[in-house]
Design a protein around this ligand. Structure first.
Ligand SMILES: [Zn+2]
Length: 488
């Protein structure tokens, strides 16, 4: 006799449906698992034996073989515990095996039979929900936050193995099990409480940030210490519109690889990794299991790099691919894995190591060679990718007057421009703008990317007024906020 049930495993950056088959052999009582299980899966034998003994089942009475297919995919994680235990009980004849053929189980068992939360729940659920074979899925109640994102009537929450048995084999089946409800939003971190109103007399900086967020243009902020660069960047977190349901799912899916549950939180991620971060933590990587890096954790949100020249060169150069394509490819020995990395880049830097080059109030203690060396750490191609650049001065901090640019206005502008740009695909230039652009091109020999960035920024500025056509003032403002071609 063969008993059969379903579960799922991780394959690279997505889930895969796994079929479990169990059979008996006339040999000494033991449980054997095949199908490339790792140590955690192998150890499930001991957890299952203890759990079943605790519930009064004497298993195994003979040699029981459990095979996890597809055989060539490596199996890792503790999510197979419940499925294996179910397959063994039906094989030993305690319950009818046909009742669990179309049921998938995800869950780790404690020695006393309680369900424990599993990692990577979102990709595993995705794989099972996409499979026509699966009629219902039982998962630990602790994973409710992840499950609530799918809004599927096929998912049931369970606290213990006893409950799962009653659900699958109970007389009055199906026994009522709870289904995922929309989870409560977690409180926002302090990053989301920064306000533009706390920055005084910095209208250009605030305007540049608004344009950057509205058009998703990379922004570079330069200035001496204490000029408000970090504060300005942190304001970005609360200026972004909330994520759409599909974006929320994409972001939560990435975080589930780190064992973090974001649930239904629709606020855009804000990541600000320290400059000492390794290239693999920054871009993604790992040996046994691929883990998303900061560029993927910032997907659909902000990646803020403070003190840009201090980051490792390989990390910074690795930014070029995701900035271009919104994805990052991690090359492993066996295959290449693609992770989403559509972040909005904001970077800040001092003009030199001491921070006071070009300052009228402090004396810079760096040699001119040291200043050049410091700024040259940002390569030309990377600098080219910043569509917007601003210089912030600390003198503005002393200004007592407030400018008219408040947080709510900026937020409204970002939302309005994004809505407008979503629906409009054409870029239209008036003849005079085209002439001016040709003139700039002849005079400054702009690269194709720089020209594209310039038009992109001008288009965003036009979108603030819900205008299709770019006019001269749009281009003029975009030109005034361009990044330098090289740092000297
Ligand atoms: Zn200096």
């Amino acid at each position: 006799m063969i008993s059969r049930t379903l579960s799922a495993c991780l394959d690279g950056f997505s889930g895969k449906c796994v079929t479990l088959e169990a059979s008996q052999q006339n040999s000494l009582p033991q449980i054997q698992i095949t199908g490339l299980p790792n140590t955690v899966v192998q150890e499930s034998r001991e957890r299952i034996k203890s759990c079943l003994a605790h519930l009064g089942f004497q298993v195994p009475t003979r040699k029981l073989l459990v095979h996890l297919s597809p055989a060539e995919t490596k199996k890792s994680g503790s999510q197979f515990d419940v499925a294996i235990a179910m397959a063994l009980l039906t094989l030993e004849g305690f319950f009818p095996s046909k009742k669990i053929i179309k049921t998938a189980f995800l869950g780790e068992l404690t020695l006393s039979g309680h369900f424990k939360a599993i990692n990577h729940c979102i990709p595993l659920l995705e794989a099972l929900l996409n499979s026509a074979e699966v009629e219902q899925i039982l998962i630990p109640s602790e994973n409710e936050g992840d499950a609530s994102l799918f809004n599927s009537p096929r998912i049931y929450l369970c606290d213990s193995f006893q409950e799962a048995l009653q659900f699958c084999f109970g007389e009055s089946a199906p026994q009522k099990l709870r289904q995922p409800r929309e989870s409560k939003a977690t409180p926002l971190s302090p990053t989301y409480h920064f306000s533009l109103e706390d920055l005084r007399a910095q209208p250009v900086a605030k305007r540049a940030l608004t344009i950057a967020l509205a058009g998703r243009h990379p922004l570079l902020i330069e200035g001496p210490p204490g000029s408000g660069k970090t504060h300005l960047a942190h304001c970005a977190a609360s200026l972004l519109p909330p994520l759409t349901p599909s974006e929320t799912l994409e972001v939560s899916r990435i975080y589930s690889f780190l064992g973090e549950s974001r649930g239904n939180n629709s606020f855009a991620p804000f990541r600000s990794p320290h400059h000492s971060i390794s290239a693999s933590a920054f871009l993604g990587g790992g040996h046994q299991q691929v883990l998303p890096g900061e560029v993927s954790l910032a997907h659909h949100g902000i990646l803020f790099l403070d003190e840009l020249p201090e980051y490792r060169r390989d990390a910074l150069e690795g930014l070029r691919e995701p900035l271009q394509s919104g994805e990052i490819h991690l090359h492993r020995i066996s295959k290449s894995i693609c992770l989403p990395a559509q972040f909005h880049l904001i970077a800040a830097m001092n003009p030199c190591r001491c921070g006071y080059a070009q300052s009228s109030q402090h004396t810079c203690i760096c040699t001119s060679e040291a200043v050049t060396h410091y700024r040259k750490k940002i390569s030309g191609p990377l600098l080219d990718r910043f569509s917007l650049y601003i210089w912030m001065t600390s003198s503005a901090l002393n200004a007592s007057e407030r400018d008219s640019y408040d947080h709510t206005t900026a937020k409204t502008l970002v939302q309005r421009a994004r809505d407008f740009l979503k629906d409009s695909c054409a870029v239209s230039l008036t003849p005079s703008v085209q002439r001016w652009l040709d003139l700039l091109q002849t005079k400054h020999q702009m690269s194709f990317r720089r020209q594209k960035n310039l038009i992109g920024v001008a288009r965003t500025i036009a979108a603030f007024e819900e205008r299709e056509a770019i006019i001269e003032t749009d281009l003029e403002e975009a030109w005034s906020l361009r990044s330098p071609e090289t740092f000297r």
